[in-house]
Structure formats: structure tokens, C-alpha cells
Design a protein around this ligand. Structure first.
Ligand code: URA
Length: 441
């Protein structure tokens, strides 16, 4: 068996056997297959898809590429994972709420992928927070304080870690078998026996339609249940960015505000929907509405925020940043965005000719009709908040703060958003681009 034959088979739309999939995953994990060969195979999978059986085999091989944690000594542990979104800071809010209600949360999160953000990049913007801890420490943390949020350790689904980084850099993210295997291999390896999936659809999600999201959800539920993990999925819209802030530090700040009770309505809906299901799976109550009330109670009484601080402190983070979010380093340039339309209908009085000098900007009013999450996500990447190449460093402080979202009224001259940039020229360009992303009627 060799990798060229496997690539050719998938390129020619044939089904790969379990052995071929195992060969690819073990050899790639052990660095015996080059990135360019793995990229070619991933692109072939992206273009030609995989059968259900192939996807299950790929997921199992990826989960088995490293350790499979056994968390049975902790009791029923619930995990949550999103298929990705823009402005998606749900884990930072949801996980401490659930842990504060006595349900252990052991979660291994990912980095940003494509134009979507990643929880790990967000957590890393908290000074000192360690996302790379040993598996023993991960388990000890959950035992001690009921929560741990970490990045992918070297030994948990290492194949996914490598493939994930490649996909990010090769435009091969939006693929049902690749997303399902990536998420479920991590979930299986991380050991939780109950899993709640947030499957997003819309402009800012990898699945553009609700039907595709349902297809992905069904596939992941089947994989989870086959692996003996009780799995449920909630399908949520991601047409516009979730919440107000997009960017790593900015989203941590929004999450802290949410835990203090200042939570945007769309974020609240997703948090409550997922959390009520997590509580149900953990045996804390079958009534989803009652579960939502318990969650809101722990925001109101401050227990959820306390749990978040405990998590940050326990993983080496500086809690003073959570206590006072003004301490976070801000971007150098914070530029307001005011919507205007360029008009060139003013003629030079003497010559009667329209010239560039006569270009005017007419301020716009109306109602926000569209604010495509994908475009806002790409803007955040452009500012340095995401990666173009897999080794790129993230700039934590950049991003976008949205004052106005779909359905909001705009008066002429309103500041609809702020661009946070560390580069003045990029910031100015981002202002212009964001003006075009807003569709007003
Ligand atoms: N999250 C993951 O972990 N993997 C994907 O492929 C998409 C979202």
C-alpha cells in the first residue's frame, strides 16, 4: 500500500478501505507522509466526499491516532462542540454555567479554522492561561473544580491536529466527512460520555443551509452513538455574527460581560438551548425550560462568573483581567464605521463636468437587512485575528465590534461598528470593506 495509490483512488471517486484509511492516518501522524500528499488526499475527499462507512472509519482511525481518555472515575462528563461560527464565544459562557450547576465539563477545543474563530485562540488571549496541559492535569482539573478547557494535546487525536491545520490553509474546511471526523475524533478521544453538538448553518457556518446542517448533525450523532457516546445535536443559525464582538480578546470581554448578565439575545438563545440539553443528558432534569431557568439563575447569582474565574486561575491565567477587562491590551487604532454612499453627481460650477474633486459621501439611514457573517469573519482574519498560513501568529487584540445588527435601525451618522486594528492602513481598508458588508434597506 502506498499513499500515491490511495490519493489516486479517492481522486477517481472510489471508496477507500478501512486499511487504506488506517494506513493514511497512522503514517501521516508519524510524519511518514508529507503535508503535500496529505493535502492532495484531503482535497480529493473534499471534492469527492466519503461514504458513511468511510467517515466512520476515518473518525475511528483519527481518534485512535493517540490516547483515548477514560473519565469514568469522574462520573457522567458532558462535552460540547460547535461546527464553527463567527463571533461564537458560546463555550466561554456555557461551560462555566454548566460546571457551576454541578455537571463536570471536560472540553478539548480547537483553534480558528478558515474565517471562523476558535475557543483556544480566545482563551490564549488571557495572559498566562495554559491551553497545553498534560492529560493527567486535565483530569485532575475536572476532578478538582469541575471544569477544564484545553487545546488539543499532543496525544489526543494528533491526526486531527495535523489535518485541521492543513485544511485551514488549503480551503478544504466545508466538507461533511472532514468536519464530522474532525469533531467526533476529538470528542471520542477526550473521553466525555455525553456530547452536545452545535451544528451551525448560514453565511458564517461551514454548512450554508439548514438541510446540509441536518445531514452533518445526523452523521455526527450516528458516529457518536456507534462509539457509545450519547450524542444530541442542536441546529442553530449563523447568518450574521453571533453577539457583538468578533476577535479573540474582544470575544473574551463579551463573554465576561455575558456572565455578568449583559448577554446579547442571540448568544443567550444558543447558550440556553445547548446548556439545557447538556443538563438533560447529565441527568439534571428533563424539562428544558426549567433547565434554562437554572442556568439564568447562576448567571444572576454570580456563580457562573465565579466558576469562569476559578477555571482561569486553575489553568494559570491572570484573573485580574477577568475582574477588570479594561486591563486587556487594546488595538492601537479603533476606527468608527459610519455608513455612507459615494455620490459623484455634483458638477463643477464653472465647467459643468463631474470630477473626482466633486465626489461626496451621503450618509445612509434605514434598517440593517444583511450582515454576512462569513464576510465579517474574513475581515477579522484580514486584520490578523485568524490565520492565512498554518504557522501564522494570531493578533489577539484586533477585530470588529458591531453596534448594529440585522433588524436594527440606523440614523444618518450613527456609528454602526468599530474596527480594532494594529495597522492604520489595514484598519482604514477594513472600515471601507465593512461598509460594503452592511446591506441597508
Ligand atoms: N470544528 C472542528 O473541530 N473541526 C471542524 O472541521 C470544524 C469545526
Amino acid at each position: 500500500m502506498n499513499i500515491q495509490e490511495i490519493i489516486a483512488k479517492k481522486r477517481d471517486k472510489q471508496e477507500l478501505s478501512k486499511d487504506e484509511i488506517n494506513f493514511f492516518i497512522t503514517q501521516y501522524t508519524n510524519n511518514n507522509i508529507a503535508d503535500y500528499q496529505a493535502s492532495a488526499l484531503i482535497m480529493a475527499i473534499y471534492l469527492n466526499g466519503m461514504s458513511k462507512e468511510e467517515t466512520v472509519n476515518l473518525t475511528t482511525a483519527m481518534a485512535n491516532s493517540g490516547d483515548i481518555l477514560d473519565l469514568s472515575e469522574i462520573g457522567p462528563v458532558v462535552d460540547k462542540h460547535s461546527t464553527g461560527g463567527v463571533g461564537d464565544k458560546v463555550t466561554l459562557i456555557l461551560a462555566p454555567i454548566i460546571a457551576s450547576l454541578g455537571v463536570p465539563v471536560a472540553k478539548m477545543s480547537g483553534r480558528g479554522l478558515g474565517y471562523t474563530g476558535g475557543t483556544i485562540d480566545k482563551l490564549e488571549s488571557i495572559p498566562g492561561y495554559k491551553i497545553n496541559i498534560s492529560e493527567e492535569e486535565f483530569i485532575q482539573n475536572v476532578k478538582k473544580i469541575g471544569i477544564s478547557l484545553i487545546g488539543q494535546t499532543k496525544n489526543l487525536a494528533p491526526a486531527d491536529k495535523k489535518i485541521y491545520a492543513l485544511r485551514d490553509a488549503t480551503s478544504t474546511t466545508e466538507s461533511i466527512p472532514l468536519i464530522a471526523s474532525s469533531i467526533m475524533s476529538k470528542k471520542i478521544a477526550a473521553g466525555a460520555n455525553k456530547i452536545v453538538l452545535d451544528v451551525t448553518y448560514g453565511s458564517g457556518a461551514f454548512m450554508k443551509t439548514k438541510e446540509k446542517a441536518k445531514e452533518l448533525a445526523d452523521e455526527m450523532i450516528e458516529i457518536g452513538n456507534l462509539a457509545g457516546r450519547e450524542t444530541v445535536a442542536v441546529i442553530t443559525p449563523m447568518e450574521e455574527p453571533l453577539g457583538r464582538n468578533v476577535g479573540n480578546t474582544l470575544e473574551v470581554i463579551e463573554a465576561v460581560e455575558a456572565l455578568k448578565g449583559n448577554i446579547a439575545e442571540d448568544v443567550k438563545n444558543v447558550v440556553l438551548e445547548l446548556g439545557s440539553n447538556m443538563l438533560k443528558l447529565a441527568g439534571k432534569g428533563d424539562n428544558l425550560e426549567e433547565n434554562k431557568c437554572k442556568m439564568m439563575e447562576n448567571i444572576a447569582n454570580g456563580k457562573a462568573l465565579e466558576k469562569f474565574k476559578e477555571l482561569v486561575a486553575n489553568q494559570g491565567g491572570d484573573v485580574s483581567y477577568i475582574e477588570n477587562t479594561n486591563k486587556f491590551e487594546r488595538a492601537k487604532y479603533i476606527l468608527p464605521v459610519i455608513l455612507s454612499k459615494v455620490a459623484n453627481n455634483v458638477k463643477n460650477q464653472e465647467t459643468g463636468i463631474k470630477t473626482n474633486e466633486n465626489i461626496t459621501e451621503d450618509l445612509i439611514d434605514g434598517t440593517v437587512k444583511e450582515l454576512k457573517a462569513e464576510e465579517v469573519g474574513k475581515l477579522s482574519v484580514f486584520l490578523g485575528g485568524g490565520r492565512i498560513k498554518k504557522e501564522d501568529k494570531i493578533d489577539s487584540s484586533v477585530g470588529i465590534v458591531l453596534n448594529k445588527k440585522i433588524g436594527d435601525k440606523i440614523e444618518k451618522g450613527d456609528i454602526v461598528a468599530y474596527i480594532h486594528s494594529n495597522d492604520e492602513e489595514k484598519g482604514k481598508e477594513a472600515v471601507q470593506r465593512l461598509k460594503e458588508i452592511y446591506v441597508i434597506e
